[in-house]
Ligand binder design. Sequence first.
Ligand SMILES: Cc1cc2nc3c(=O)[nH]c(=O)nc-3n(C[C@H](O)[C@H](O)[C@H](O)COP(=O)(O)O)c2cc1C
Length: 190
Amino acid sequence: MARLLAFGGSLRRDSWNQKLVRIAAGGARSAGAEVTEIALRDYPLPVFDQDLEVEAGLPESALRLKELFRSHDGLLLACPEYNSSITAALKNTIDWVSRRAPGEEPLACFSGKVAVLMSASPGALGGLRGLVHVRAILGNIRVLVLPDQVAVSGAHEAFQENGALKDPQRQAAVENLGRELARVTARLHG
Ligand SMILES: Cc1cc2nc3c(=O)[nH]c(=O)nc-3n(C[C@H](O)[C@H](O)[C@H](O)COP(=O)(O)O)c2cc1C
């Protein structure tokens, strides 16, 4: 069974991306995966500062996130686009989680994981440009990022009250991302 960690790269309470990742998580569960959904706002982190790391070590939130990454085989990531790129919150999370605990192999929290990416934005491109950067970053830290992705444009009017997307084809496409991640991760890690 695939163990997947799901979160949006936003700290916003009513994040569209957090809603979107929940849909993909549903798809993954329907394919037999065990999914842990978290929100980054529950893991507050200072901006990464190497002096702070040397003086105080990893913050408690970073240690909790590292444990979550270590104990899951795949990542469902919904990534908001800020100024056509990755959000500071997501990059900061990656930076803290990438730091080695004593005795840990380099990139132990990322190496060999499988990820699928999606995005949502009120804009016309749905955050598509930011995914290019997230994909590159994750690939460079040894995460296998699946080729399929979905960018939901017009996010402010795309969701129903119950959290599903109004467009059934988009809903199915996002659920399929979750299913595909569950399938590939189970094949690689099962
Ligand atoms: C600093 C900043 C930069 C943004 N840049 C973009 C952008 O380049 N492209 C885009 O589609 N939306 C951009 N937006 C709008 C976000 O897509 C929007 O705030 C969205 O709600 C963020 O995702 P969330 O709802 O998951 O927090 C930007 C928002 C902020 C605050």
